[in-house]
Write a protein that binds this ligand. Sequence first.
Ligand SMILES: [Zn+2]
Length: 327
Amino acid sequence: MAIKGRYFMTDHSSIYTLGKEPYEIVRAFCPDICSKMNEFSIEILVTRGGRIGSGMGALLEGLWGYMANQLLFDENEHFFDIAWMPDNQYNDFTIVEKNVSWNPDDRTGELFRIEAKSMNRQADESKAHFDVLKKELGKNDSLLILVWEWAAIDKTHRYPKVIDYYFGRALDVVELRDTLHVLRGGSFVSSSNCPDGCNPATCPHDGEPLNASRIRERLSGPDSTKGNKVSYAANFGGLVRMLKTSNTSAKSAFQKYRSTDTPQEAFISFIFRNYPDEEKNHYGINQLRAVARQRNIDPAGLSKEDLYDLLKHDNPNRCIEELRYCN
Ligand SMILES: [Zn+2]
């Protein structure tokens, strides 16, 4: 049966019956997509060794798109496809309406976009950056992050296994990222007051981030804000780094997000459970001691390292829940 018009306005599509937006449907499929990826990888992407920085992350991001398309296609009830953004160096996807012509320039036929990132859990620090500007995002544009590691199949063979993922609205992460950026002393260019002295009507720099030293964070920032040694700072939007808080006001804003059930909290917990050192570094020993006392553990004489390990002992793959509510 041909579906006319935009399907969420049609009468009988299963999506309408489900009462879910396409964003919610793709999100609901994420666990299945990751399982399917791992089934594929354990068959095909088997290797001896397993180098970090092998380009495997980019391959996995692409694989997510193929598997998502296959699952959504297999279902045959969903009236959209996953398309690759053309002319883009990353694996970024667009959810487009099936059988509707698509124009990426004006977003005709698009439902929402997905920016895909991957992080290797065994790497010291993730290089993944999410530095898209707020003004470039639509309501349901999403951020997908795949966390993977080299998992052993036998004594000599390994495969890249997806062990966790994040899928959420990009604007929610942007809110957290931009709030902490400003509290660290950073700022955003306003076209009405551009450091390059642009005409406000044509300034292309509106919303570009500058760091606390007024150096541009992205190559596309104002020319007059280049650094001395580097053309741009490139710290903005580091998926792990964006959570750093160096002063009281940043810490208190951070804890405000953490102590509520917000999408921002979901993102922070996602990073902390996959990079526990970040969680440990974020909190002081007094906060860990307070949690220990809540659990009737005497923290006397324990180093921060030991204390953290002890508190994580029961479930190393979870965040320390009590730290969400500490002062
Ligand atoms: Zn400008």
